[in-house]
Design a protein around this ligand. Structure first.
Ligand code: NAD
Ligand code: UD1
Length: 342
């Protein structure tokens, strides 16, 4: 029987890519989104790419009554929970708003799930929960030490499944916490991708906007880190690879018996780090464009380097990132060039 998967935040950057893959894999998709950081048109393009339709519930995860209605209307087998706010700077300005939306919204969602005995959940966490890790690569046993309100919301949310799955609980939940490193790239069709409002916070959308001439130059935040060329090193992972990790985690959760408790965190990264200067150079080469940049002071809260040990996801989910940096950068540029046209 076809399974209904509820995808919160399904109209967003990662959620929209996940919806395409879920539809292509034969799942029925119910998207729940309030469009605070996305457009309904993204979902039209999802359906165009997959050539299948999905169901949409325009709804806020903070609205418990609305969530209850969604769960009574659709027989949901599992929830993939992408909905959340993710701008670090904004979270420092408005911490309560972030806790309310991310933590409060997730508690609401879990309560609504519990009410109808839906206890399979995949949660979008982030490498930011590791804070300033001392050893590279970072594995899942690294203590959590988030240091900004956005990261703290992820860390707090991660603690809840631990309590739900504690020994002696009468209900059994099946939960996967997926810790993303640096999602990058876009769908190869160029129809969906990341479309930040205003000045991009993250490196790749900024590079793409400079290459497109929308911004004059890229600020490179610091060239005096203890890295090969002094600029920050990160583990960039193609959004399609990230999504394939969700599909494998979903399969795993659906295989676990409903009476069994399952709660596990998985790093999703490639295990390779690239510096800001390497990103700029490779983007220029792959796409035959120019990306002017200026070295600026360090951005506060940045770590020098961060890359993943993703061996647990490989061993337990059979997952591996397949797309390399060049593909990520080519797909980002394809989306940047095409998005004004779609
Ligand atoms: P995004 O902003 O593109 O998508 C999030 C979606 O959630 C949007 O469509 C937004 O409208 C929706 N949403 C937000 N609050 C909501 C609410 N209260 N009710 C209903 N819908 C709501 O972000 P993304 O990059 O696709 O990220 C998805 C998830 O992955 C987020 O939880 C984010 O924190 C996490 N994550 C993202 C990254 C990244 O770099 N993109 C890295 C690590 C973790
Ligand atoms: C950021 C978030 C983190 C989130 C992650 C994935 C911060 C402090 N952290 O991490 O919480 O989980 O994104 O979405 O925002 N850089 C520049 N110029 C720019 C932008 C970035 O030089 O204009 C550099 C940064 O200093 C860093 C690298 O590029 O070395 C990557 O930055 P970014 O894309 O913002 O990701 P993270 O800092 O890893």
């Amino acid at each position: 029987m076809t399974k209904n998967i509820l995808v919160t935040g399904g109209a967003g950057y990662i959620g929209s890519h996940a919806c395409v893959s879920l539809l292509q894999a034969g799942y029925q998709v119910v998207v729940l989104d309030n469009f605070c950081n996305s457009q309904p048109s993204a979902l039209e393009r999802v359906q165009q790419i997959a050539d299948k339709s999905l169901l949409l519930e325009q709804c806020d995860i903070r609205d418990r009554a609305a969530l209850d209605k969604v769960f009574s209307k659709h027989a949901i087998s599992a929830v993939i929970h992408f909905a959340g706010l993710k701008a670090v700077g904004e979270s420092c300005q408005q911490p309560l708003f972030y806790y309310e939306n991310n933590v409060g919204g997730t508690i609401n969602l879990l309560q609504a799930m519990q009410q109808v005995d839906v206890r399979r959940l995949i949660f979008s966490s982030s490498a930011t929960v590791y804070g300033f890790p001392e050893n590279m690569p970072v594995n899942e046993a690294t203590p959590l030490a988030a240091y900004n309100p956005y990261g703290q919301t992820k860390q707090v949310i991660e603690q809840i499944p631990g309590d739900l799955c504690a020994p002696g609980m009468t209900e059994s939940w099946q939960i996967a916490l997926l810790r993303y490193f640096n999602p990058a790239g876009a769908h190869e069709s160029g129809l969906i991708g990341e479309d930040p409002n205003g000045i991009p916070n993250n490196l790749l959308p900024y590079i793409a906007q400079v290459a497109a001439g929308h911004r004059e130059w890229l600020p490179v935040f610091g060239d005096d880190y203890a890295t090969l060329d002094g600029t920050g090193v990160r583990d960039y992972i193609h959004v399609q690879d990230l999504v394939s990790g969700h599909l494998l985690a979903l399969q795993k959760l659906l295989q676990v018996d409903a009476s069994e408790v399952f709660c596990r965190a998985y790093n999703l990264g490639t295990g390779k780090g690239y510096s800001v200067l390497e990103m700029i150079k490779t983007f220029e080469q792959v796409n035959n464009v120019s990306v002017p940049y200026r070295i600026m002071p360090r951005r506060s809260g940045d770590v020098a380097s961060c890359w993943a040990d993703a061996s647990r996801a490989r061993e337990e989910l059979g997952w591996e990132a397949k797309k390399d940096l060049r593909e990520m950068l080519a797909d980002s540029w394809h989306w940047q060039c095409k998005k004004t046209l779609v």
